[in-house]
Design a protein around this ligand. Structure first.
Ligand code: NAP
Length: 259
């Protein structure tokens, strides 16, 4: 059992719903004091309220990861509310679909600004406070899409998710000098409101391609984040954990059906 999260100050970006909410929930249930971040304050506060009702310590906060000023105010708010920053889960991300011939330069910039630059901005803003922690941890939510796999319509998205890992490998060396670790989770297809909006056919075809024959839960990602943030994971940095039910393993289209 991992016992080292109790009382820790945790920021989770993109936590009003989906994977971020699952991460926030798992940290709360393990005694973390969590700042739930999204652009929509009402939704961030509603999520925090839900977590408090389950016995956790959580507050909602509105901030846009594409804005450095917002990120600096977020870091200050975490320090004011919880006395510092120990764990940063840089999770906020978007995945609009457009094939390259339909993808506009503006759409490209928006996805890069949110998923890749947003990762850099929130880490930059939180770094002075993470340095003061005796258990500084950064956990990124990347994806299998980009670093390992591809899917039509997600060239820009995949580029940002692979880019996060390139960023992480140099960041791990820089942050190590402050005793901070940084690692990334690569989720497969996780049952979130946004993913379900892609429709039942998407879910059916994905489930059929996954050896465990089902999509993952947001808590599956939360537990991987909890491990990477724990004292027990102190010697792991610059690494990735794939949480995909085996989706990236089959060698051929019919490999899962043959099992
Ligand atoms: P989601 O359900 O759509 O939730 C996205 C969250 O991010 C929301 O809380 C949203 O709230 C917030 N957000 C979006 N843009 C933001 C911004 N500029 N600043 C601050 N917050 C912002 O998404 P999800 O499926 O949970 O995905 C979360 C992360 O997991 C993403 O990085 C995604 O790439 C990754 N991922 C997801 C899957 C999957 O199967 N779902 C698979 C692999 C990787 P607001 O809109 O109110 O800001």
């Amino acid at each position: 059992m991992l016992t080292s999260i109790a009382g820790r100050s945790v920021i989770v970006t993109g936590a009003s719903k989906g994977i971020g909410k699952g991460i926030a929930n798992v940290f709360c249930r393990n005694g973390g004091r969590v700042l739930v971040v999204s652009r929509n304050l009402e939704e961030a506060e509603a999520c925090a309220e839900e977590l408090r009702c389950s016995g956790g310590t959580a507050r909602g906060y509105a901030a846009d990861v594409t804005r450095i000023g917002d990120m600096q105010m977020l870091a200050d708010a975490a320090v004011a509310a919880h006395g510092g920053i120990d764990i940063l889960c840089a999770n906020a991300g978007i995945f609009p679909q457009a094939k390259i011939e339909d993808l506009s330069p503006e759409d490209w910039d928006h996805v890069v600004a949110t998923n890749l630059k947003g990762t850099f901005l929130v880490i930059k803003a939180c770094l002075p406070h993470l340095k003061n922690s005796d258990q500084g941890r950064v956990v990124l939510t990347s994806s299998i899409t980009g670093p390992i796999t591809g899917f039509p319509g997600w060239s820009h998205y995949g580029a940002t998710k692979a880019g996060q890992l390139g960023f992480m490998r140099t960041a791990s060396i820089e942050l190590a000098s402050h005793g901070i670790t940084i690692n990334a989770i690569l989720p497969g297809n996780i049952r979130t409101e946004s993913l379900m909006a892609l429709g039942p056919e998407y879910e059916r075809s994905m489930a059929a391609s996954i050896p465990l024959k089902k999509l993952g839960t947001v808590e599956d990602i939360g537990y991987a984040a909890l491990f990477l943030a724990s004292k027990e994971a102190a010697y792991i940095t610059g690494q990735t954990i794939v949480v995909d039910g085996g989706q990236t393993l089959p060698e051929s289209l019919d490999a899962v059906a043959r099992a």
